[in-house]
Design a protein around this ligand. Structure first.
Ligand code: AHR
Length: 496
């Protein structure tokens, strides 16, 4: 019989707090993310509040969405915010040059987004335009959204119907400056960042605004190093990182019809996140040993070919148990790096890439990824309990091997411990022996997300094929917790 995987969970609650913002999301003006996804307009027959779908708001509130990034992505560096404020019938139409060349009528703008964040109970994260904007334009946007004093931008906001500012804290200074954000070098962007961020302080003074630099593409460590070295640290609060689990950019393959080999390749790309955050964080440690500047992984997730018959520029893809495992393993990685990773945004929330929600007119379904986000929300703002995994079994393909099991643990404010576990092996269950000495726990219960095949997913005709159910595979004897983790599964355990 196979030796159990042994996991020792530290009993000291001295770990960092797992920022709830690790569980954040991203909504770009792209395909049916905003239009049809979040926003249907207030004349729609689909139940809505000021044009925002009520079903979507209820689902995202239940999932506890902590923050939402907007309006891009690549779109952010073409977006001029003044086009999206004031009377809707007077707003100019523009062409969305990045995503399908479609006409953007600007009917969803700053007020719509920030009011929607209030409905969601989520903190907005606004990505500013550096690539084709100006310092003044972005400084004005900050003032428009955050200033309570008498000035031209708060006067304009009031004239547009909003008296009090929204208090936007998170601001991105451009997006993918090395690519669609302007094809800049790291040195050039660092200088641009210095200039933009100098003028972005809000009228209530510094410290209220959190400026996030456009970050590296996956393993571009020189980008992080150059920014950390060249940007004075009083001008920056966060530095981003983008990494997608893509098999091959020229042949991404189907989101739902894939071979085991392709599944293995996707998981390998997803698990790379561990070494990426480790190495980017190590560079940051050199310049910022007190870890004041956050690593913000503001785009991550699985990226596949679009569904047959859909606009290639709309990035609409199905979402299977493979995505649930990408989410479960990646969130465990972020939790375990909570000392430096203090925000992360899954790309993207609705109808684009690895979504948590898919919509079709009035219909809405929750994806396997949604369920993982909802199950894992117990970690939000809890204290990390560091753990070590010993003698993990591996899931192999040819000569290559990946660890089959991933895990993270935390203790919440009321003393309840949560452990999240994943088994990516599609054929073998994993026996796990957890040592919980010193935690003094008496009861265990759990929930599991699993399905027979990694390709399994929810559809508009079968919306609940994949959903969490009670988990009976854990037993606690003293400080020893034995768990049988079925193949293709994500589990959350609650212990008190
Ligand atoms: O999420 C889709 C796109 O991927 C974003 O617009 C861009 O930032 C990234 O390349």
């Amino acid at each position: 019989a196979q030796n159990p995987v042994s996991i020792t969970v530290s009993s000291s609650a001295q770990g960092p707090v797992i920022s709830k913002y690790i569980y954040s999301h991203f909504a770009e003006h792209l395909g049916h993310s905003i239009y049809g996804g979040f926003y249907v307009g207030d004349t729609s027959k689909i139940p809505n509040t000021n044009g925002i779908r009520n079903d979507v708001v209820a689902a995202l509130r239940k999932m506890k969405i902590p923050s939402l990034r907007w309006p891009g992505g690549c779109f952010a560096d073409t977006y001029h915010w003044r086009d999206g404020v004031g009377p809707k019938d007077k707003r100019p139409a523009i062409v969305n040059r990045w995503w399908g060349g479609v006409t953007e009528d600007n009917s969803f703008g700053t007020h719509d987004f920030l009011n929607m964040c209030e409905l969601l109970g989520a903190d907005p994260y606004v990505a500013g335009n550096v690539g084709s904007g100006t310092v003044q334009e972005l400084a004005d946007w900050v003032q428009y959204a955050t200033s309570d004093s008498k000035n031209p931008m708060s006067d304009l906001r009031k004239a547009n119907g909003r008296d009090k500012p929204w208090g936007v804290r998170f601001w991105g200074v451009g997006n993918e400056a090395w690519g669609c954000g302007g094809n800049m070098t790291a040195e050039y962007y660092a200088n641009e960042f210095r200039k933009y961020s100098t003028f972005m302080a809000n009228s209530d003074g510094e410290g209220k605004i959190f400026r996030i630099a456009s970050g590296a593409n996956s393993g571009d460590y020189n980008w992080t190093e150059t920014l950390m070295k060249n940007i004075p640290h009083n001008l920056i609060e966060g530095i981003a990182l983008h990494h997608y689990a893509v098999i091959d950019w020229n042949n991404k393959s189907s989101a739902s019809e894939f071979s085991e080999k392709q599944y293995f390749q996707s998981m390998r790309q997803a698990l790379l996140m561990d070494s990426l955050v480790t190495k980017h964080a190590r560079i940051m440690d050199k310049y910022d040993p007190k870890k004041r500047i956050a690593l913000v992984v503001d785009e991550w997730g699985g990226w596949y070919d679009v569904e047959k018959g859909t606009n290639p520029g709309f990035l609409f893809q199905q979402n299977t148990m493979r995505d649930a495992l990408i989410a479960g393993t990646t969130l465990n990685i972020f939790n375990n790096h909570a000392d430096r990773v203090r925000m992360a945004n899954l790309a993207q929330c609705i109808n684009v890439l690895q979504s948590v929600i898919l919509t079709d007119q009035q219909k809405m379904i929750l994806t396997p990824t949604y369920h993982v986000m909802e199950m894992y929300n117990v970690h939000q703002d809890a204290t990390l309990l560091p753990l070590t995994i010993n003698n993990d079994t591996s899931y192999g393909m040819g000569n290559e091997k990946l660890p089959a099991v991933s895990a993270s643990a935390s203790k919440d404010k009321s003393g309840v411990v949560h452990i999240t576990l994943t088994n990516i092996d599609p054929a073998h269950q994993q026996k796990i022996a957890l040592n919980l000495s010193g935690l003094n726990l008496k009861n265990v219960s759990g929930r599991i997300l699993t399905s027979a095949k990694v390709q399994d997913h929810n559809t508009f005709t079968e919306p609940e094929k994949v959903k969490p159910v009670a988990f009976k595979g854990a037993s606690l004897k003293g400080s020893n917790l034995d768990v049988n983790l079925p193949p293709v599964s994500v589990v959350v355990l609650t212990l008190n």
